[in-house]
Ligand binder design. Structure first.
Ligand SMILES: Cc1cc2nc3c(=O)[nH]c(=O)nc-3n(C[C@H](O)[C@H](O)[C@H](O)COP(=O)(O)OP(=O)(O)OC[C@H]3O[C@@H](n4cnc5c(N)ncnc54)[C@H](O)[C@@H]3O)c2cc1C
Length: 476
């Protein structure tokens, strides 16, 4: 007889952990199955270790530019091992949040092993057979290997294998100019590697606002990173000392780049092979589990949340979806997911905080005549000046009536700064209301108030314009 549960959760990353603990706190009998360690990508190979490396890389950069603070620049001495050990120490300090015992204390049966669905209600794991009314698939994603001839044979790194080692290559080609590729490009460069980013699309970090892309591109290029967007890697071979990557652009021009290592960051694929989805009747599309807006799969009592369904692949989204899923699974009625007010951070230095539409998206949706943008350079913000972090800006994208359609911050702690805009959008605060915000002086939040205040200049210009036209008519 199979062991019976109310809910079986497959995958112990953010999505699975939040789902399992939510169900257990609501009194359900839960089995949580994980094939490696609880914590998933975020803790072990994603957000946590990369942001620990970003912090070290930022400090190295600041020390190299110490004269800006009135200090003498000095030789900074470090070894790859010292840097990686420090990263691991930060991860270890966070690890306890995902300790299996914590979840067992909630009454959850934590099972380690590879789960496989054998029907729409039964799961096999480690020689055990479990059954439940509801099953949640939260198995996440992993690096997708692009179709580049010779790549697998000649070897490559990704976020998982790199974080396990204690060496930095002399030169590295980063395949993919998305968030992961760009964050690692800056990390490697600041640790001393020669870096080239090869991105097939015309632009890197293409989901960001055009002005953000242009500025990040400039910052990375000035740090010595070569960016080749509009180029695709075609093949890899090896000569006596190096890997040789042939890249090609849309005009059919080719180039050969000789480098020590290749870092693949060109896409993700869902962990769904061997999961028994066919046996359960769960539909997939382009390698990801298909879900509706209530996070239900094509099979009524099988649900999915987090990266595995190929939506917005962020930890905070995985957690948000898990909460929605628990609500939809255990309570009457349904509540749809909405991604309108979901922000994200891009952890370059300076950081990017993003919410809502880019200017380009707003123009497409509403027409250029109906869009207003208000931007302020961080060089105009006193706190950024005294902190010596002036290389960015804040930009608000609004409609003509001052509704905030999107906001983009490129500055220190931009992922925190953007929170104010999340709340503003949630509560339908207009840009005129945002301008009335009183922030402590000096703070980076001043940038928001300054950008929003430009709305009044816009309105005043409009008024003065019509007053001028009126006077001209009167005086005719
Ligand atoms: C380099 C990198 C940096 C990132 N940085 C950020 C960031 O700064 N901020 C942010 O918001 N997001 C970031 N992300 C994204 C974030 O890590 C993911 O969105 C998040 O981890 C998704 O959680 P999840 O639970 O859906 O999947 P995962 O965390 O991948 O968890 C899935 C779990 O399922 C397990 N599993 C898979 N198959 C089976 C099976 N058959 N049986 C049992 N267990 C199974 C896996 O072992 C894994 O533990 C980053 C990602 C990467 C790769």
């Amino acid at each position: 007889m199979p062991e019976s549960f109310d809910v079986i959760v497959i995958g112990g990353g953010t999505a699975g952990l939040v789902t399992a603990s939510g169900c257990a706190r609501l009194g359900r009998k839960v089995a949580l199955i994980e094939r490696e360690k609880l914590g998933g990508d975020c803790l072990w190979t994603g957000c946590v270790p990369t942001k620990a490396l970003v912090a070290t890389a930022r400090l190295i950069h600041q020390l190299r530019h110490a004269e800006a603070y009135g200090l003498e620049t000095q030789d900074i001495r470090f070894t790859p091992k010292s840097v990686m050990d420090s990263m691991r120490a930060q991860r270890q300090a966070i690890e306890h949040h995902d300790d299996p015992e914590k979840f067992r204390a909630l009454g959850i049966e934590v099972i380690f092993g590879e789960a496989k669905l054998i029907s729409s209600s039964d799961v096999e794991v480690a020689d055990r057979r479990l059954t439940a009314k509801d099953i949640v698939i939260a198995t996440g994603t992993r690096t997708a290997l692009p179709p580049v001839e010779g790549l697998a044979e000649h070897g490559f790194l990704d976020h998982v294998s790199f974080l396990d080692q204690d060496t930095f290559p002399d030169s590295i080609l980063i395949l993919g100019g998305g968030p992961i590729g760009v964050e690692f490009a800056q990390i490697f460069r600041r640790f001393g590697s020669e870096v080239v980013v090869v991105e097939m699309s015309d632009e890197i970090i293409s989901k960001e606002d055009g002005d953000v892309i242009a500025r990040i591109r400039k910052i990375l290029t000035e740090e010595g990173i070569e960016i080749r967007s509009g180029w695709a890697a075609k093949s890899v071979r090896a000569d006596a000392e190096k890997k040789v990557v042939r890249i090609e652009n849309k005009l059919g021009e080719t180039l050969e780049l000789r480098i020590d290592e290749i870092f693949v960051a060109s896409g993700r694929r869902a962990n769904i092979e061997d999961l028994g989805l066919e046996a359960a009747g769960v539909k997939t599309d382009r390698g990801f589990v298909v879900v509706d807006k209530y996070l239900q799969t094509s099979v009524p009592r099988i649900w999915a949340c987090g990266d595995v369904h190929g939506g917005m692949q962020f930890t905070h989204v995985a957690a948000y979806e898990a909460v929605k899923l628990v609500r939809n699974m255990l309570f009457p009625g349904r509540s749809a997911v909405s991604y309108d007010n979901i922000p994200w951070g891009l952890y370059t230095d300076p950081e990017v905080g993003h919410i809502g539409m880019t200017e380009g998206e707003a123009v497409t949706a509403h027409g250029a005549d109906n869009i207003r943008t208000y931007s302020i350079e961080m060089a105009e913000v006193d706190r950024a000046v005294v902190d010596r972090t002036t290389g960015g800006f804040v930009k608000l994208v609004c409609d003509k009536r001052g509704h905030i359609l999107g906001a983009h911050a490129l500055c220190a702690n931009a992922s925190t700064l953007i929170e104010t805009l999340v709340l503003a959008r949630q509560k339908n605060v207009t840009v005129a209301q945002l301008a009335q915000l009183v922030s402590p002086y000096p703070s980076l939040a001043d940038a928001l108030q300054k950008a929003a205040s430009m709305y009044y200049q816009d309105v005043a210009k409009g008024w003065l314009g019509s007053l001028g036209k009126q006077i001209a008519r009167w005086s005719q």
